[in-house]
Design a protein around this ligand. Structure first.
Ligand SMILES: NC(=O)c1ccc[n+]([C@@H]2O[C@H](COP(=O)([O-])OP(=O)(O)OC[C@H]3O[C@@H](n4cnc5c(N)ncnc54)[C@H](O)[C@@H]3O)[C@@H](O)[C@H]2O)c1
Length: 306
């Protein structure tokens, strides 16, 4: 089994920055690469903010937070980020062509035996592995957002993945304080994202059909499942552009136009309303209506549309 000692994360957006911080907190040196240096700067600021918040909440010790931040190394050069890595976690946008391009570049830089793991939300690694000369070292490795509140990673191989690589990923997952969930058979959306996809598709359709406001759909969900936010609040957290890209992967696979995301989602993306990251998605941030205690109270002033 390959020992994973040094890690690189490629793509420093919503997920890459969280994954890198979690891995660093687990004690591993992490290079975080992005081709956009401004994104890398935003990632660094966000990581410092996350760490400060966890220290203030008593979740992390101050020294622990400092040590984790000290293990992070931002890089704008892919070779420098990956040439000594035993594991690369790829977190670039959800497009097969782009991920294949990144897999091919990684294959050139990485030492022999290093694992290329994709954090894709829906794409089977068998669609990516052929872009490299190391399909036996390629895997799906799927985190959930926010990483620290979802301590699980779905782990699965493609057509030729060496079981030892998957075992190494399982062991690594535990080392960073998370539970590996093994994907036994390749499947678009893997395990839980398939379930979430069914929910997401239906709530978007219920709203798009004009059956109810998205706020009332979220209210029902929050009350019934006792969750702090509903599916629309969750999509805002994920990023509406990311949700759209994922839905398009499913639609491309099925070839069924009914699987394409509805205007209720795509119109927001076209306007640039991408969720928390742009300050507006379904809700407005930083103070979304769903976070107001009055959102679910039967009396008093209503918050949001009904
Ligand atoms: N957002 C979520 O909740 C979530 C959850 C689990 C998995 N994912 C998956 O993680 C991946 C990334 O999603 P995200 O939400 O972090 O996206 P994002 O758009 O927030 O970030 C993507 C980052 O990749 C960078 N990038 C683009 N092309 C690149 C390249 N060639 N090389 C290096 N960096 C490049 C961009 O500059 C950006 O910083 C996707 O596959 C997505 O499906 C997302």
């Amino acid at each position: 089994m390959v020992a994973i000692r040094r890690v690189a994360v490629v793509g420093s957006g919503t997920m890459g920055r969280q994954i890198a911080l979690q891995v660093a907190r687990g004690g591993f040196p992490v290079a975080l690469y992005d081709l956009d240096s401004a994104a890398l700067e935003r990632a660094g600021a966000a990581q410092r903010e996350f760490a400060a918040r966890f220290v203030a909440a008593g979740r992390w010790g101050a020294a622990e937070a400092e040590a984790a931040l000290g293990r992070l190394r931002p890089e704008t050069d892919l070779g420098a980020a990956t040439r000594d890595a035993d594991l690369v976690i790829e977190a670039v946008p959800e497009r097969v062509d782009l991920k294949r391009e990144v897999f091919a570049q990684l294959d050139e830089h990485l030492p022999e035996g290093a694992i290329i793991a994709t954090n894709s939300s829906s794409i089977r690694v068998s669609l990516l592995e052929g872009a490299t000369a190391r399909p036996e070292r390629c895997a799906n490795f799927h985190f959930y957002i926010p990483v620290w509140d979802n301590p699980m990673i779905e782990v699965g191989g493609g057509t030729r993945t060496d079981p030892a690589a998957l075992d190494a990923l399982d062991a690594f997952t535990r080392r960073i304080g998370m539970l590996p969930l093994r994907i036994r058979r390749e499947s678009t959306g893997f395990i839980f994202n398939r379930v979430w996809r069914a929910i997401k598709k239906e709530v978007l359709k219920v709203a798009d059909d004009g059956v109810a406001s998205f706020e009332d759909i979220d209210r029902a969900w929050m009350i019934h499942y006792r969750t702090p936010k509903g599916p629309f609040g969750k999509m805002d957290e994920i990023g509406l552009d990311v949700v759209k890209a994922i839905e398009e992967v499913y639609a491309a696979e099925s070839g069924d136009p009914a699987d394409l995301p509805p205007p209720f989602l795509t119109e927001r993306v076209a306007r640039g309303d991408l969720g928390e990251k742009t300050g507006r998605g379904f809700y407005e941030y930083p103070d979304p209506a769903w976070a107001d205690p009055r959102f679910l109270t039967p009396d008093l002033a209503d918050v949001g549309d009904r």
